[in-house]
Design a protein around this ligand. Structure first.
Ligand code: ATP
Length: 229
């Protein structure tokens, strides 16, 4: 059974339609890559999943519940952890305070997060504003893990980071995949990195799912046609 299933989802910003017909499905423990060129609707799809934007048509089911009927604050408690585009930590709080503020019961606690990202342990008393971009990204992932999600969503988690930091983040995501069996929805532009962790992919074009399948079936011809790679 799917943990998350979107069927025929449409969504609007005011009068402007951003999603027309989005389908996707993630099983427990599965890693799904959500792909597409800029402006095709990836972040909007994430907003719909996290109830930051209401969909107008279609359905969004998470763990068998219809999210369309739930207010946003209750949907978040169901177990969807979001690492948003642009990180967004509390700048004036310390690393530890940021993590504690997000905590919910479960295996992911301060110790587990600091074991995954030792740098957060080293910087635990520093204010988030004083961290490097890569460290802020690790903190954003740590915060999402502290909510003990069943589904982790990473929206452009390595965007704008130095190559060596990107590698650290990818290595951490790979560990989450193999060691926790957490379901992960990942948005990123790097086919090479995604190919190492993703089981399946969905490609969006102009607010529609135009391709979905096993990641290994996403060949050069599809990448060229839908992603311009
Ligand atoms: P990117 O890779 O650039 O982040 P994306 O695939 O995540 O792109 P979205 O950000 O979901 O794309 O944007 C989908 C469409 O919705 C675009 O046409 C965009 O201009 C529009 N859009 C996004 N956010 C808003 C908003 N807050 N108000 C109005 N239109 C928006």
């Amino acid at each position: 059974m799917s943990l998350l299933r979107l069927s025929h989802v449409s969504a609007f910003y005011g009068a402007s339609q951003a999603l027309f017909d989005v389908h996707l499905s993630i099983g427990e423990g599965q890693v799904l890559a959500l792909m597409g060129r800029n402006g095709m609707g990836k972040t909007t799809t994430v907003r719909v999943i996290c109830r930051l934007l209401r969909h107008r048509g279609g359905s969004v089911l998470f763990a068998g519940q219809d999210l369309g009927r739930l207010p946003a604050h209750l949907a978040a408690r169901l177990g969807i952890g979001l690492v948003p585009e642009g990180r967004r930590c509390f700048a004036t709080l310390t690393v530890r305070e940021n993590l504690i503020a997000a905590a919910r019961p479960g295996p992911w606690d301060l110790r587990a997060v600091e074991a995954l990202f030792p740098r957060l342990g080293e910087r635990r008393d520093q204010r988030a504003a004083s961290l490097s971009g890569g460290e802020q990204q690790m903190l954003a992932i740590g915060r999402a893990l502290m909510t003990n999600p069943r589904l982790l969503i990473l929206d452009e988690a390595t965007e704008g980071l130095a190559p060596v930091v990107r590698q650290e983040i990818w290595a951490a995501i790979a560990r989450l995949r193999t060691e926790t069996g957490m379901a992960i929805l990942v948005i990123d532009k790097s086919l090479v990195e995604l190919s190492r962790i993703a089981d399946a992919a969905v490609i969006l074009e102009k607010g529609r799912s135009v391709w979905s399948g096993a990641f290994r079936d996403l060949g050069p011809e599809i990448a060229d046609r839908h992603l311009g790679i």
